[in-house]
Design a protein around this ligand. Structure first.
Ligand code: NAP
Length: 510
């Protein structure tokens, strides 16, 4: 009989987007097969399953926005659409034998650290299991944020968020209000503009927009990548190298970005001839402070006669009238919120109860803080992929995810080395190490464009602290996450062995 009261796994991975599937592949490669991937949805893909809005595509080139261990010579476009990315992830799940590990429709409702048994009790909508290690790969873009607008509940028309697109609703001939001008909205606007009767765009802050050099990848290129895989690797390396060089301007020399602003202004001027509209669309902060958006059809769409740009946020809804903060009133049949996600206040943190009985949301109430983007003090054997300060402003998140997977792999190896293969040992990030890491990160943040650029963005939490972006190159992050430094952790052992109920003991490794 099992010594555990319930089903027990070595690792429980939460989420099956790029991070969760990447973790699953990595676990198998490390020889860990005793794991499950818990997914609340009925299929895999994370953000690339949830975001099906018209025009949804990735603004990072596909040959870079894919796993290094799963190159795809068949990418159809330089910037491929959502359905291709979702299909790619399904292919990864099949190729790497991940299906047996997947538990779809399993929403994690609570995770509680059992400090005596030294494991996590993971409650899901379909029962409870225990796990030595939890890898939280839910991602920061999984819970849509819809602002609390007075009167919205009484709006008689259709309302939905960009990440929960209602495909049954026919937008043709309707008066549609799009709220927000982030990466999602600027893809939606040109995609729906030809169909709707009127499009009112509520722009609280104008984005900087650069052209998107999207094109079909030719059959010859694809054949070449298939026959000679190193050509795809060279292509990827080039795309990576350009962005790696660019980021230096964001992190060290924001003053150099003025030149890029000129290019963005010229891009706008090419499509928007009306000086009044150009004035509305011109940002007043340094380019890069908010994510630079890539689109070649956004400005042309805004110049169309059925589009009105309201240079103000949505403040109130009165019946079918939308009232902007500047008092502008607009009639609408439908409201599409392109208002982003709960990034710095991830709802899942309320479902994680650590060693001292507090939730991760409590621990992070003054701002998210982790050690190397992965572990948090008071939450032993719990790790996030795309945790605090691991985001990028200009390059592929898959690079960061793979760095974090290196860290995960070494974490498990270190646990094994301490005799934890069969449980009974845990690693707890030391508060002092977490503090030191965050001090370094925030010191580096000071001179970046995200701090000096004169904007507010979703990179910052409600206290204005940037707890999302990595203020360096992907190479630096790779280096910082290559190995787990045990001096940054307490080794926690169950007193009297792993089945002991008598409490646990900490030891220090130097
Ligand atoms: P977002 O970047 O957070 O943008 C939210 C937008 O909503 C902002 O423009 C914000 O204005 C606006 N907003 C919020 N409340 C408003 C109100 N009451 N009235 C008017 N506007 C309001 O969200 P997102 O566009 O969904 O993008 C989120 C992230 O998802 C992106 O940054 C990116 O990382 C990812 N994404 C990536 C791609 C891709 O191609 N790779 C595509 C889509 C999304 P303020 O600027 O004034 O706050």
């Amino acid at each position: 009989m099992s010594r555990y009261e319930r089903e027990h796994v070595r690792v429980a991975v939460i989420g099956s987007g790029f991070s969760g599937l990447g973790a699953a592949v990595r676990l198998r490669r490390e020889g860990v097969t005793d794991f499950v991937v818990l997914e609340r949805g009925d299929s895999i893909g994370g953000a690339w399953r949830d975001n099906t809005y018209p025009g949804c595509a990735c603004d990072i080139p596909s040959h870079l926005y894919s796993f290094s261990f799963a190159p795809n010579p068949e990418w159809p476009r330089t910037f491929s659409g959502q359905s291709y990315i979702k299909a790619y992830l399904e292919h990864v799940a099949d190729t790497f034998g991940l299906r047996p590990h997947l538990r779809l429709n399993h929403e994690v409702t609570l995770m509680t650290w059992d400090g005596e048994a030294l494991h996590w009790v993971v409650e899901t909508s379909r029962g409870t299991l225990t796990a030595d290690v939890v890898v939280c790969a839910g991602g920061p873009l999984s819970d849509p944020r819809t602002p609390d607008i007075p009167g919205l509940a009484e709006f008689p028309g259709k309302v939905f968020h960009s990440a929960r697109w209602d495909h049954d609703f026919d937008l043709r001939g309707k008066r549609v209000a799009v709220i927000g001008t982030g990466a999602s909205a600027i893809q939606i606007v040109p995609a729906i503009q030809p169909d709707v009767a009127k499009l009112a765009l509520f722009q609280r802050t104008p984005p900087w927009v650069m052209p998107r050099t999207d094109r079909a990848i030719t059959r010859t290129e694809r054949r070449l990548h298939r026959a000679l895989p190193f050509t795809a690797a060279v292509r990827r390396r080039f795309l990576w190298g350009v962005r790696e060089a660019q980021v230096q301007a964001f992190t060290k020399r924001p003053d150099l970005l003025g030149l890029v602003e000129s290019l963005a202004k010229a891009n706008m001027a090419r499509s928007v001839k009306d000086p009044a509209l150009r004035a509305k669309l011109t940002p007043s902060y340094r380019i890069g402070c908010k994510r630079i958006l890539l689109s070649s059809d956004y400005y042309p769409a805004l110049a169309r006669p059925n589009v009105e740009v309201i240079a103000s946020g949505l403040a109130e809804v009165r019946g079918s009238t939308l009232v902007a903060a500047d008092g502008t009133e607009t009639e609408a049949d439908a409201i599409v919120f392109g208002t982003g996600f709960h990034v710095t206040d991830m709802p899942i943190t309320e479902r994680v109860v650590g060693a001292d009985g507090n939730t991760l949301a409590d621990a992070w109430k003054d701002g998210m803080e982790s050690l190397r983007g992965a572990t948090a003090a008071g939450f032993p054997n719990w790790m996030t992929i795309i945790g605090p300060n691991t985001g990028l402003g200009n390059s592929s998140m898959i690079l960061m995810i793979e760095s974090q997977l290196n860290y995960l792999a070494d974490y498990l190896r270190k646990l094994d080395g301490l005799g934890g293969r069969t449980g009974g040992v845990a690693l707890g990030a030391r508060a002092s190490a977490v503090r030191a890491w965050n001090h370094r990160v925030q010191e580096r943040m000071k001179r970046t464009v995200w701090s000096t650029g004169g904007c507010t963005s979703w990179y910052q939490d409600e206290n204005g602290r940037n707890s999302t972006i990595w203020p360096g190159t992907t190479t630096e992050f790779r280096r910082a996450t290559r190995q787990v430094d045990l001096s940054e952790y307490d080794v926690i052992r169950a007193a009297g062995g792993h089945t002991s109920r008598a409490g646990s003991e900490k030891e220090t490794v130097r």
